[in-house]
Write a protein that binds this ligand. Structure first.
Ligand code: MN3
Length: 243
């Protein structure tokens, strides 16, 4: 091969790689470790992995921009208030009265958003499987079985007025309950833990579903990774579930 054609091939390959990698380059550039102490957790699956239920563009905007904005805001708060980064998130959000009044609402919203979305990315994934073992037993015992659970969860998510979340909380005995929270509040504020939850802010579904939140809530179940939910359930009972 001549040097010219080899160079041409290399340029072509570089160009293809650059185009394919563009969205992720943005995400990585937006979360440099040096800018911490708070960092955007990377997705552990490809950005298009949840299609057709959640499209890649929604995931990109949601993860790389919305979640990143919480991280950026928290890092700005931490410049003058490093204490908010020294403790586990549950300790900060579980005792908001100890946060300086000037940043209390900002910490509640942005750290809540960070906690909620960290959980959200974690409990989704391709080939999510079905609930089994202890989690399935708890769903049967506390939530009336899968069908009633999903119906009740979707109904609760549909009733959230404006922006907020629908969660399944889990206590240290492993007992489950459905609850909703406004804005970016997380059950951790009250010392509880979210086993799983769905984001019903419009940014989570508007590109694909527009105003059809009920359709999104129904389709979202296809994205739940039950093995991750099982890990979180075990961690909650062991008292080691962070957010
Ligand atoms: Mn969101």
């Amino acid at each position: 091969m001549s040097p010219i054609s080899r160079r041409h091939l290399m340029l072509a390959a570089t160009g293809i790689a650059a185009v394919a990698a563009a969205p992720r380059v943005f995400a990585q550039a937006a979360s440099p470790a040096a800018a911490g102490p708070f960092m955007l957790p990377p997705l552990t699956y490809p950005i298009a992995a949840l299609e057709p239920h959640i499209d890649a563009k929604t995931m990109e905007i949601h993860h790389d921009r919305h979640h990143q904005a919480f991280i950026t805001n928290l890092n700005n708060f931490a410049k003058d208030n490093p204490g908010i980064a020294d403790k586990p998130i549950g300790d900060v959000l579980g005792n908001l009265a100890a946060v300086p009044e000037s940043i209390r609402t900002g910490v509640r919203n942005n750290m809540g958003g960070h906690a909620n979305h960290t959980m959200f990315w974690q409990i989704m994934g391709p080939n999510g499987g079905k609930p089994e073992g202890e989690v399935l037993a708890a769903i049967d015992r506390d939530l009336g079985g899968m069908e009633k659970f999903q119906t009740d969860f979707n109904a609760a998510g549909g009733r959230v007025f404006g922006s907020g979340w629908v969660f399944v909380t889990v206590d240290k005995e492993g007992k489950l309950a459905i609850e909703t929270r406004p804005n970016q509040d997380n059950p951790i504020i009250d010392g509880k833990r979210a086993l799983l939850g769905n984001d019903v802010w419009e940014h989570a579904y508007y590109l694909n579903y527009q105003n059809r939140r009920a359709d999104y809530l129904k389709a979202w179940w296809n994205t739940v990774s039950w093995s991750k939910v099982s890990e979180r359930y075990a961690a909650a009972k062991a008292g080691t579930l962070g957010v």
